[in-house]
Design a protein around this ligand. Structure first.
Ligand code: NAD
Length: 455
């Protein structure tokens, strides 16, 4: 077998994952292919299509040596025996299961392209997040071919988190490889494991059956999102009772069975995965005749939506029950720090709710301005895209912190305060800043799940 890999899908997963494999496996030649010419052109330029700390350096080291980006998918399929598929798997927006079920059209069209162009046996690796039993369906599509070719389908879900993708790929908690029963499936799994063994300890490479592997990815995202919704539901209780969510979460998290991670209250989770993966889980549970299971997981998404509505209501209440014509400075539009990605960003949902109330928004984000512009294009003059936080704050009634960028801590809030309408409000949707210090400056400070510091 040639030591060469094709990855179909040059997105947030395909690009960084293959760049890291190329950097750790110089003996493997890696081609990343995509139908989007613009994306491939960006990967081949000095202005990569996505922002991830450390990504530029790695791509610069390996691009043109053993990492290549192309739109020639057919050739990639012909020339590579190992094919990773990391195309998008969004939620269906039409027909049966709309709003819940995964839209598998990109995935299936990839499977059919592989079938059309393959001239020899292949190992097809599911990198995309897929519903349980997709590998089996894929195996059936691929293996029923008149060319008498053999295909092994391996599930190898990706657990990277945007913002820390390179770190996660270089030092993952685990790599999961799920294979179909039988010697051929095992051999395929061994080969994929041998790639990761170039830099990951064998005990971190977990082998399972293909169905467990597919379900684990959905389960991991559901469990992470559930922690966020749990802590946010408690934050709502804190705001009513005078308890402080930071103290509650810290003290509860000291129990080793609970743990500290992922217990930060805020405006909720975002990103392209959590919501869709939970809804796919809900759909799966319904399909399996388990409505109670579906209701349980649906609640995680509902609390997340509620948290965002609640935040907007708090802004409304504090600003004397009307936002019409008021300038609000939005600090942060990305769904989390250290990324420019705004897919399912709480900031985007909150911004749209504020605009429905006829607020005027001034948005500043260190990396997400292009995506913010695209997301809010239809709102015209009601939105200003500011070149700096100071520019956004000038003349504003309130500052809203919606992404936890560390650099927001270092801003000159006293200077901002001077330039704002009075009374000046600061809504810290991420509990990121020093609230006492802001209060001393003169702000009325409204954190999440903590008492308001009124002036
Ligand atoms: N973004 C994350 O943090 C993350 C983390 C883990 C897993 N995942 C999963 O990985 C998968 C990919 O996610 P992403 O964020 O990289 O998506 P993305 O939208 O950034 O990238 C997908 C790419 O696939 C391309 N594509 C679609 N159909 C194609 C086809 N038929 N042939 C060639 N290219 C095609 C698109 O043009 C796009 O560039 C999803 O299933 C997602 O759930 C994402």
């Amino acid at each position: 077998m040639k030591k060469s890999i094709l990855c179909i899908g040059a997105g947030y997963v395909g690009g960084p994952t293959m760049a890291v494999i190329a950097s750790r496996c110089p003996q493997w030649n890696i081609t990343v292919a995509d139908i989007s010419e613009a994306r491939i052109a960006a990967w081949n330029s000095s202005d990569l299509p996505i922002y991830e700390p450390g990504l530029d350096e790695i791509v610069q080291k390996v691009r043109g040596k053993n990492l290549f980006f192309t739109t020639d998918i057919a050739r990639g399929i012909r020339e590579n025996d190992v094919i990773f598929v990391s195309v998008n798997t969004p939620t269906k927006t039409f027909g049966a299961g709309a709003g819940f079920a995964p839209d598998l059209q990109y995935w299936e069209s990839t499977a059919r392209a592989i079938l059309e162009h393959a001239g020899n046996d292949k190992i097809v690796v599911e990198k995309s997040t897929l519903p349980v039993r997709t590998a089996e369906a894929m195996h059936r599509i691929l293996d029923n071919n008149h060319k008498k070719l053999h295909f092994d389908v391996v599930s190898n879900p990706e657990f990277l988190a945007e913002g820390t993708a390179i770190r996660d790929l270089l030092d993952p908690d685990r790599v999961l490889i799920g294979t179909m029963p039988g010697p051929s499936g095992n051999r395929a799994g061994d080969l994929i494991a041998s790639i990761y063994q170039n830099w990951i300890a064998p005990e971190k490479i977990k082998r399972t059956n293909v169905w467990s592997s597919e379900l684990t990815k959905l389960a991991a995202n559901a469990l992470l999102a559930q922690r966020i919704s749990s802590v946010n539901s408690l934050a709502a209780l804190c705001e009513e009772t005078g308890a402080d969510i930071e103290e509650v979460a810290q003290a509860a998290g000291m129990d080793h069975r609970i743990g500290k991670a992922f217990l930060r209250a805020g405006v909720g989770f975002g990103g392209s995965c959590f919501r869709k993966d939970i809804l796919h889980l809900v759909y799966l549970a319904e399909q399996c005749g388990l409505p109670e299971v579906a209701t349980y997981w649906r609640g995680v998404v509902e609390i997340n939506d509620y948290q965002q509505r609640r935040f907007v209501q708090r802004v409304m209440n504090a600003l004397f029950h009307t936002l019409a014509g008021k300038r609000l400075a939005i600090f942060g539009f990305a769904f989390k720090a250290d990324t420019g990605d705004t897919r399912e960003s709480p900031a985007a949902a909150i911004a749209k709710m504020l605009l429905e109330e006829h607020a005027k928004l001034a948005i500043y984000d260190p990396k997400a301005m292009a995506n913010a512009r695209a997301e809010l294009a239809s709102y015209g003059d009601a939105v200003e895209f500011s070149n700096s936080a100071a520019e956004a704050a000038r003349g504003a009634h309130a500052i809203l912190i919606l992404t936890e960028w560390a650099q927001f801590r270092d801003f000159d809030y006293a200077g901002f305060y001077q330039q704002m309408e009075k009374p000046a409000f600061l809504f810290d949707g991420r509990n990121l800043l020093d609230h006492q210090m802001l209060h001393k400056i003169g702000f009325t400070v409204c954190p999440v799940g903590r008492p308001t510091l009124s002036v």
